[in-house]
Design a protein around this ligand. Structure first.
Ligand code: FE2
Length: 209
């Protein structure tokens, strides 16, 4: 099935047969990918009870990022792979400074399992995903789509990067969060010693200007 042949999620609360749908509120929901499921398989047990929450976050961020890329298939494998690994160090390395462990694991699997992705783009997509300001450099289109996609979902739509509230809500409604915001808060507390110290460690080690 081509991505464009999947059903398009239209404005919340409007029947799909209605003709007055605003095209600006359309967004293609990506809630399943064979590649994502395959990449996750070796790590499901390690992620443990947090898996449904992280998996939902990954699909919502993929949805937002692919929308920012106008659905460009050429970027899909990079976007899906980067998002599977982007926060994975929280569980594999139990460290709130998780960007580097996540990058390392992604690059190791890319090399050993033959994903065939450009390692520098994969590394940069993960490394800069919390960057506040736009990334400038090679492959900026895909790296910024990943960065913006994560911001929209991690902020629960407080940051929208040009998406409408209707689009964000459509994605949130379609892909359950399984308490993902609470998972992040719990990890900040558990891995940082306290919620405050954990959040400070995230702020100083994970966010980049
Ligand atoms: Fe994330």
């Amino acid at each position: 099935m081509t991505p464009r042949s999947r059903p398009w999620c239209r404005a919340a609360g409007r029947p799909t047969h209605q003709r007055t749908i605003d095209i600006r509120d359309e967004i293609e929901i990506i809630s399943h990918s064979d590649l994502v499921e395959e990449l996750f398989a070796p790590y499901r047990q390690t992620i443990g009870p947090d898996f449904p929450a992280y998996r939902g976050h990954v699909y919502r961020t993929i949805t937002f990022a692919m929308h920012f890329l106008d659905g460009a298939e050429v970027h899909r494998k990079m976007v899906e792979t980067a998002f599977v690994y982007h926060d994975i160090g929280l569980w594999t390395d139990h460290d709130l400074a998780y960007l580097e462990p996540s990058e390392t694991l992604a690059l190791k699997d890319n090399a050993e399992k033959g994903f065939g992705l450009d390692p520098e783009t994969l590394r940069a997509a993960i490394h800069w995903h919390h960057k506040v300001t736009p990334y400038r450099g090679p492959q900026a289109d895909v790296i910024n789509a990943v960065r913006k996609g994560d911001w929209v979902d991690a902020s629960q739509g407080k940051v929208r990067h040009g998406l409408s509230k209707i689009q964000v809500k459509a994605v949130q409604d379609a892909i359950d969060d399984h308490g993902f915001p609470n998972v992040l808060q719990r990890l900040a507390k558990d891995l940082g010693g306290s919620a405050l110290r954990g959040n400070l460690r995230v702020l100083t080690r994970v966010f980049k200007l």
